[in-house]
Write a protein that binds this ligand. Structure first.
Ligand SMILES: NC(=O)C1=CN([C@@H]2O[C@H](COP(=O)(O)OP(=O)(O)OC[C@H]3O[C@@H](n4cnc5c(N)ncnc54)[C@H](OP(=O)(O)O)[C@@H]3O)[C@@H](O)[C@H]2O)C=CC1
Ligand SMILES: CC(=O)N[C@@H](CCC(=O)OP(=O)(O)O)C(=O)O
Length: 347
């Protein structure tokens, strides 16, 4: 791979597209050569996002107008359901990180069941890697197409997978109570995301039916080698960014909450983006804002035999664009934290 890689971002006028631009303009090996939009095609980036002005970015075009001959890496930040055919049609020399959910479920029947239409690129699906980087790094390294995980699945799987792999927590009866900022829903206008609908309150949604349940269960199933069922409930919070996943687990045998903490500290030692806080310390979404970090907290429960885990991420960074760049770095053999060194924007 040459010194600099040429990047196309599909869906650049959306929240995750803008976040990709914000991060990639500081990446020493990346050059943005193409940006696409749908309704906003033909507009310069700064007309949509004034904070991204003066960077010499290409004008946004439609996907059909992109000249792929000069593109090395494509970040696909399109709504799910629009992506499988686009990616299946790209030339083979283009490596792809897909931020949508289109390639995250590896069973096409499960995909059809949860997304309401048949999978449109089942052959390609077989060679895709699931890009939860810390867990699937070797597969990401070898892949041409990476399915970047969903935001809730990232915040939920990172605390759980090492513990399930080691048989320290029970695979049954896992309760995931997660909260998200409103940017998780994207930038397109929806009545449910109006200021008046989301401010000064919190509400659950997708109760017992959210499509991130099968994605989380798939990842936990890979970790345990058996079917896992989770009780996952997302909530919408009156904040722009951030996800906090509160996870209630049952311990196996004589395992203690302190054992869980020790196992997580050991598993994530040396990982640039996962930090396990001191035992009994709770992460907050404010502590990860704008950064690619996942902060994990472990607490002993008052109820014997139980423990409480927390995972906090910025949904637009570790939950989307930051992890996507982390995956690109792994795919291309760049240092994994290249372009992602930003510390959180606290307070
Ligand atoms: N927001 C988040 O926190 C996360 C999002 N994701 C996933 O990433 C993807 C992008 O999300 P997000 O940035 O929030 O979405 P947005 O709604 O903010 O942006 C969507 C982008 O796709 C373009 N677009 C919409 N429809 C089409 C179409 N039919 N053909 C081509 N382009 C189209 C839009 O263009 P225009 O503006 O011109 O309409 C815009 O650039 C989604 O699949 C989402 O599920 C994943 C993890 C977290
Ligand atoms: C707050 C909010 O609405 N969040 C989105 C999830 C964002 C994300 O990661 O979703 P994808 O799987 O669509 O890529 C939701 O619950 O649908």
């Amino acid at each position: 791979m040459s010194e600099t890689v040429n990047i196309a971002i599909l869906g650049a006028s959306g929240y995750t597209g803008a976040e990709l631009v914000r991060l990639l303009v500081r990446h020493p090996r990346a050059r943005i050569v193409a940006l696409t939009a749908d309704r906003r095609a033909g507009q310069p980036m700064e007309a949509v996002f004034p904070h991204l002005g003066g960077l010499g970015l290409p004008t946004m075009v439609t996907i059909a107008e992109v000249d792929w001959s000069g593109v090395d890496v494509c970040f696909c930040a399109l709504p799910h359901g629009t992506t499988q055919e686009v990616i299946a049609g790209l030339p083979q020399h283009v490596k792809v990180v897909d931020l949508s959910a289109d390639f995250r479920l590896f069973d096409p029947e499960a995909y059809a069941q949860w997304y309401g239409h048949a999978h449109m690129a089942t052959d390609l699906q077989k060679s895709v890697a699931y890009g939860l980087t810390e867990i699937h790094r070797e597969k990401v390294k070898a892949a041409r197409v990476v399915a970047n995980p969903g935001c809730y699945p990232t915040a939920s799987q990172l605390p759980l997978i090492p513990l399930l792999e080691q048989g320290l927590v029970q695979a049954e009866d896992i309760i995931i109570d997660a909260k998200s900022g409103v940017s998780g829903a994207g930038r397109s206008a929806k009545e449910s995301n109006l200021f008046t609908e989301v401010t000064e309150g919190i509400h659950p949604y997708g109760v017992a039916s959210h499509r991130h349940s099968p994605e989380i269960e798939q990842g936990l199933g890979w970790a345990t080698g058996k079917d896992v069922v989770v009780n996952f409930t997302p909530h919408l919070m009156p904040m722009s960014r951030g996800i906090l996943s509160s996870i209630y687990v049952k311990l196996v045998g004589e395992t203690t909450a302190e054992d869980l903490h020790a196992a997580l500290v050991k598993r994530y030692a040396g990982e640039p983006f996962v930090r396990v806080l001191p035992f009994g310390t709770a992460p907050q979404t404010r502590f990860v804002r704008g950064s690619n970090f996942c902060l994990i907290g472990v607490f002993k429960d008052r109820v014997p035999g139980r423990a409480i885990l927390f995972g906090a991420i910025d949904n637009l960074v570790k939950g989307a664009s930051g992890q996507a760049i982390q995956n690109m770095n792994v795919m291309l053999g760049f240092p994994e934290d290249m372009g992602l060194e930003q510390q959180p924007l606290f307070p």
